[in-house]
Write a protein that binds this ligand. Structure first.
Ligand SMILES: [Zn+2]
Length: 359
């Protein structure tokens, strides 16, 4: 494993003067109505300031992209839990620093269609706990808990319309403790009957549904047939909720590869009850740790082995600071048909295939 210091050394040889000078004018937006709610006024002001910063960010579509990894979203902060107001602050921080979300599938398909000067960030949520998507029954109607990840995301999208509904949910369908399509059997008040509606809701709004196996089996411990059953049964469960949905991404439970690694990407299992054969063919496989991944246009990009940044404490801030160093951060040129790459960087980035494991 490469050390962080080797990246510091690499960075030292990267060119520094990448930022072209340009105009620093800021413009008032016509829709800054005086009677708009104050949070929307603040958001509008932030957008104006951001537009100015984005104009100065040199496009670099050979730069790196952070894939963030979240587990529980809850009342306290911990190793596997993000306190919910802190999660909201993560969205604000990324927005203010010029990041916009894309899904894993869009990353591996090289579908990064962002305005000039903005950068992609990928959100992944593991384990499908109720804390990510919780319904509350209110006067006979189901409403999304505003403190769950989906509730916080949708509210942020409402006030920041260019923050789209693009995140990747790596789900279990049959694990214990409510880790089954965001809750079952009244765990945290979630009813089994709500599970399919939650998946349909996510798929209809543009979120990506991702495979994290049936019940989080550590795939390194099982023979080939069990590995394929674990993966295929999640795919089958997704198909029951959203008929025809094609799952593109697998997140390895605990980051453990099956002995036969190719089975993470491709395999088949026949349901003994129906005799129906379920096949899967993933475009992306996610690991559990690491740093920002190379650009999908970089030959070092490996869609079937994507590292992720675990969000613990200040790891997001540290990662974003690390990406600010010249040449590291993917910055869009605003034209999805071309790949912008500062000439000197193109030769340097890609020679190095690894991100820091602990930025
Ligand atoms: Zn997991």
């Amino acid at each position: 494993m490469h050390s962080y210091s080797s990246y510091r050394r690499l960075a030292a040889v990267l060119p520094i003067a990448l930022f072209a000078s340009g105009c620093s004018r800021t413009e008032a937006r016509p829709n800054d109505a005086p009677d708009a709610p104050s949070n929307e006024m603040a958001a509008a002001r932030a957008r104006v300031a951001l537009d100015s910063a984005s104009r100065h960010r040199e496009p670099n579509e050979m730069g790196r992209v952070p894939i963030l990894e979240y587990h529980l979203i809850g009342a306290t902060e911990g190793r596997w839990e993000r306190e919910h107001t802190r999660f909201r602050r993560d969205l604000e921080l990324l927005y203010a620093r010029g990041y916009r979300p894309i899904t894993v599938a869009e990353l591996v398909d090289k579908r990064i269609d962002l305005p000039r000067g903005l950068s992609p960030v990928v959100f992944t949520f593991d384990d499908a706990s109720p804390s990510q998507f919780r319904y509350i029954e209110r006067n006979g109607e189901l409403v999304i808990d505003s403190t769950s990840a989906v509730g916080i995301w949708l509210e942020f999208h409402r006030t920041h319309p260019d923050w789209e509904n693009k995140a990747t949910f790596c789900m279990l369908s049959g694990a214990e403790a409510g880790r089954a399509f965001f809750g079952d059997r009244n765990i945290e008040g979630q009813k089994t009957a709500w599970r399919h509606a939650k998946l349909r809701f996510l798929a209809e709004r543009g979120f990506e549904l991702c495979n994290h196996t049936l019940w989080h089996a550590q795939l390194s411990k099982y023979e080939d047939a069990v590995v394929q059953e674990q993966i295929a049964r999640l795919a089958l469960a997704v198909d029951s909720a959203v008929p025809g949905y094609r799952v593109r991404t697998l997140a390895l439970p605990l980051g453990a590869w099956p002995a036969n690694r190719t089975l993470a990407a491709k395999g088949a299992w026949t349901d003994p009850r129906s005799q129906r054969t379920i096949t899967y063919d993933h475009a992306a496989v996610l690991l559990v740790a690491g740093g920002p991944v190379p650009s999908p246009f970089d030959p070092a990009f490996d869609a079937l082995r994507l590292e992720r940044v675990q969000i613990v404490g200040n790891s997001l801030e540290r990662t974003l600071d690390w990406l600010e160093k010249p040449g590291r951060r993917y910055v869009s040129d605003g034209d999805a048909r071309t790949v912008a790459s500062p000439r000197v960087l193109a030769a340097t980035v890609g020679a190095d295939g690894r991100a820091p494991s602990a930025p």
